[in-house]
Design a protein around this ligand. Structure first.
Ligand code: NAP
Length: 264
């Protein structure tokens, strides 16, 4: 399928690992010029930078000034922005609501919600002058199905999905489509990093992290396909939504969860 993305300029947040890295790779292979923001890089992102037109910007996007720095670097390098992928988001396993103090709430909202607000605010003046511009927000099924284990993250994702609709209402008439993707569990460091959700699930189930991801999570969460999602599957959907093939899709929230959410 020809996506007609060649020579577009895309900004991707949270780009060094997981879904963000998969988006950078998929876009780069389509001929997109990608500006990738994360605090550090990885050998995988460095390899993409060496092989394609990928600019790596080391930046803390949880700070008020971080998103502006990333967008400025993109405009300095390419003089325009066609696509913004608000991918950054983070959660920590919680034992419950009473554990989460103001500092923890603020940190999760800065990473997950305010990074989206600030990057969108910085990028929109440039997106508005581009032809066929698009924002793709990587939200989560937790926007619709909050879990106590990620109470703060769930609320931040609900806010993100809500913002997705407001931005679509305001900017689609002006030529910028805005859509959200809400994944269920995806095999990334979000789950697989030491002490993250695979370890927490494995400890509760008395098994290994690998077994937790391959069997316990799909079964306990009711994932109809029997498996979690792979990062490249989220990336493929992101590219489609960013492309002119999705030219009349805006304000949508598209699930990629193997049938985990059972309601219409
Ligand atoms: N994985 C899942 O199961 C899942 C499910 C639903 C939704 N999502 C959403 O999908 C998105 C991507 O998740 P993921 O699983 O790919 O995450 P991940 O594996 O944890 O990767 C997070 C990325 O964000 C970067 N990052 C972290 N803190 C940052 C900061 N302060 N400033 C700039 N970059 C920062 C990390 O790089 P550095 O450490 O180098 O900064 C890394 O590149 C998130 O919004 C997440 O909520 C994930």
């Amino acid at each position: 399928m020809e996506l007609h993305l060649k020579d577009k300029v895309a900004v991707v947040t949270g780009a060094s690992k997981g879904i963000g890295l998969a988006v950078v790779g998929a876009m780069a292979r389509e001929g997109v010029r990608v500006v990738a923001g994360s605090r550090g890089s990885t050998p995988e992102l460095d390899a993409l930078r060496d092989a394609f037109d990928v600019t790596v910007v080391p930046v803390d996007l949880s700070t008020p000034e971080g998103p502006e720095i990333l967008v400025r670097r993109a405009v300095e390098r390419h003089n325009r922005i066609d696509i913004l992928v608000n991918n950054l988001g983070a959660a920590e396993p919680r034992s419950g609501f009473l554990e989460v103090d103001d500092t923890a709430w603020q940190r999760i909202f800065d990473l997950t919600f305010f990074s989206t607000v600030r990057t969108s605010r910085a990028a929109l003046p440039h997106l508005l002058t581009a032809e066929g511009a698009a924002i793709v927000n990587i939200s989560s099924i937790n926007a619709q199905t909050p879990f106590p284990m990620v109470v703060d993250y769930s609320a931040a994702k609900a806010a993100m999905t809500n913002l997705n609709k407001s931005l679509s209402e305001e900017f689609a008439p002006r030529g910028v489509r805005v859509n959200a993707i809400s994944p269920g569990p995806v095999r990334t460091p979000f789950w697989t990093a030491p002490g993250a959700f695979a370890d927490a699930t494995a400890a509760a189930a008395g098994t290994t992290a690998q077994e937790a991801l391959d069997t316990v999570v799909p079964q306990s969460m009711g994932i109809s396909t029997g498996r979690i999602t792979e990062p490249h599957e989220v990336a493929d959907l992101t590219l489609f939504l960013a492309s002119p093939l999705a030219g009349n899709i805006t304000g949508a929230e598209i699930l990629i969860d193997g049938g985990q959410i059972k309601t219409l």
